[in-house]
Design a protein around this ligand. Structure first.
Ligand code: G4P
Ligand code: NA
Ligand code: NA
Length: 192
């Protein structure tokens, strides 16, 4: 097990057969040392991919994205879920359906921050069904920018997101890969 899998084993909690709670160290209370390692791991994996910017979605993607941006020495953009009142026209938008919450969210990014010269690394906390990644891809293509890769801290391999990313031929790294949360047990996939 790597550092993140060990921490998940120790402090993660299973909420249901498909939901893992990591708010003790990742997305509510945050362990900065752990998050540094997350950023270092992504940066190391994508260091030769000419990444110019990181893209994530608020709020839980920001911490891992920021640490990755620190190590790759590139800016970090987070897509907003609520439209800024100041920026109404100068934005790229995409629809993100949440399977967990059964809601539709419009995410948006200011047009000034992504252009056709960019090679974007998408970063997020969880990969479940891939709708967050799909929304980010939508924004990147509207900006005529290039996809440099995708990194997620925790993927739930039994949901659809992993296949979606593979199918699109995107260079991909999951730091912790979960094969199953069945019967109150966290089973890691150890594929990557
Ligand atoms: P998807 O993007 O891969 O399709 O995921 P989905 O719509 O199913 O997930 C909706 C929200 O729930 C996302 O956060 C996602 O990060 C989070 N999520 C998915 N699976 C898990 C899980 O097993 N555990 C936890 N803790 N979160 C999960 P969000 O709505 O964008 O919220 P936030 O980033 O503001 O926290
Ligand atoms: Na998220
Ligand atoms: Na979340």
């Amino acid at each position: 097990m790597n550092f993140l899998e060990k921490r998940i084993q120790k402090d993660g909690r299973i909420l249901s057969d498909n939901t893992l709670k990591v708010d003790q160290f990742f997305n509510h209370q945050i362990d900065p040392q752990l998050m540094k390692k997350v950023g270092q791991s992504f940066a190391d994996y994508f260091k030769n991919d000419q990444i110019t910017k990181i893209l994530t979605i608020e709020s839980s993607g920001i911490a891992p994205a920021l640490m990755t941006g620190l190590y790759l020495n590139v800016p970090v953009i987070f897509a907003r879920k609520h439209k800024s009142v100041i920026q109404k026209n100068n934005i790229y938008t995409a629809n993100v359906y949440s399977f967990t919450k059964k809601t539709n969210n419009t995410i948006s990014v200011n047009k000034d921050f992504i252009n056709s010269n960019d090679r974007i690394l998408m970063i997020d906390d969880f990969l479940a069904n891939g709708s967050a990644i799909s929304g980010m891809i939508d924004i990147i293509s509207k900006a005529n920018a290039n996809i440099g890769g995708a990194g997620v801290a925790i993927e739930k391999k039994f949901q659809k997101g992993h296949q979606y990313i593979q199918k699109n031929g995107i260079k991909f790294l999951a730091l912790a890969s979960i094969a199953s949360l069945d019967n109150g047990k966290i089973a890691f996939a150890h594929s990557k």
